[in-house]
Design a protein around this ligand. Structure first.
Ligand code: ADP
Ligand code: MG
Length: 356
């Protein structure tokens, strides 16, 4: 088990900078999820850590060792990919045994480790099959088993659930969390899916264009997004955003509507006349009479069973509120609704960074 550290980590392909100076300290036994849109440099970062890609600058440490130039097999990490990468002509047992054999581990020790991992993953009855005789979910479990038997310092996962259907994705996700609780090894996990990031991570690292946008616990990035980008990326439906101006303790939105701010929101830098973006999560609307009152025009109503999504216009902005299931306003109706004032976030209109 081991800590991992990136210092000013860089990657360029030719003149194109892909990873732009990442600084990150990952603690021993921590589960860290790198999340961000496609192309933001997640896989490249993971592959540099694994030694599958050279680095263009900076430093990578695993534990106390600088591994910048160490070949992959000397880094003592195991990687699980989206496409499983199993050997098609080997059985499940042989797939799991292969890397141990290469390292000269004794046959009875190999047998013991495979039995243990197979038990943990519920694949004991599949050991004689070949990958073509397995379902997608079973293949993914075998790929994880192959990583577990190596007892590496660090596990790396690159979008391991992408090829599974929705139901299986949920199941295997739970298994990965259980695996981490059972073996306690450091895990660095890459995904573009914010639900995976929120449910699995001790800490989430949100990447945008090869740079870290925010690092925090799931609660921190959800409750106090550092930027409009993070607020829009974490949470579903996404955080609502509306541009406006601070006037007399309120935000006057484009198109005329106003949102009253509480004292906490009116921090020192929410100065009179400042151009801001207001951020409100759909679940932070409350019944009329509680909180900052607004009145919008209902556009579309989506009943979801457990709750109702109401899309409405407020000034020029279109917002979404997640309301109680019995709330069924009609399109065109005026929706009078409150906003929990302590949950309103303000961002600078130019930089799109949160006001502190
Ligand atoms: P992610 O995993 O976040 O979707 P990647 O790390 O795979 O993104 O890729 C980041 C960027 O680097 C992309 O724009 C991709 O096109 C580019 N890239 C990745 N590998 C190479 C390569 N071998 N040569 C040139 N560009 C690459
Ligand atoms: Mg990728």
């Amino acid at each position: 088990m081991s800590s991992v550290s990136f210092r000013r980590l860089e990657k360029s392909y030719g003149a194109v900078r892909i990873v732009k100076g990442i600084d990150l300290e990952i603690a021993d036994r921590e589960f860290v999820v790198l999340v961000g849109p496609s192309g933001c440099g997640k896989s490249t970062t993971l592959r540099m850590l694994a030694g599958l890609e050279s680095i263009s600058g900076g430093e990578i440490r695993i534990g106390e060792r600088v591994v910048n130039r160490l070949p992959p097999r000397e880094r003592d990490i195991a990687m699980v990919f989206q496409d499983y990468a199993l050997y098609p002509h080997k059985t499940v047992y042989e797939n799991m045994a292969f890397s141990l054999k290469v390292r000269g581990v004794a046959a009875d020790e190999i047998g013991k480790r495979i039995a243990e991992a197979a038990d943990m993953l519920g694949i004991g009855q599949l050991l004689d099959r070949r990958p073509s005789q397995l379902s997608g979910g079973q293949r993914q479990r075998v790929a994880m088993g192959r990583a577990i038997v190596r007892r590496p310092q660090v596990f790396l996962f690159d979008e391991p659930l992408s090829n599974l259907d929705a139901k299986l994705r949920g199941q295997v996700r739970t298994e990965i969390k259980r695996l981490h609780q059972a073996v306690g090894t450091t895990i660095i996990y890459v995904t573009h899916d914010q639900v995976e990031a929120m449910t699995l991570a001790d800490r989430i690292v949100i990447l945008k264009g090869g740079e870290i946008e925010q690092v925090g616990t799931p609660d921190e990035v959800y409750n106090a997004p550092a930027s409009v980008f993070v607020g829009g990326f974490i949470g579903s439906p996404a955080m609502n955003f509306a541009p406006g101006t601070i006037r007399g303790g309120r935000v006057v939105l484009e198109g005329g509507a106003e949102i009253a701010l509480d004292r906490a929101a009116l921090r020192a830098d929410a100065a009179e006349g400042r151009a801001v973006v207001v951020g409100i999560r759909p679940e932070h609307f409350v019944p009329a009479g509680e909180g900052a009152e607004v009145a919008g025009t209902v556009q579309v109503v989506e009943p979801l069973g457990a709750d109702t999504l109401v899309h409405f216009t407020l000034g020029k902005a279109t917002l979404t509120a997640r309301l109680a299931p019995d709330m069924r306003p009609a399109p065109g109706e005026t929706l009078s609704i409150g906003i929990n004032p302590s949950r309103i976030r303000l961002f600078d209109a130019q930089t799109e960074r949160a006001l502190h």
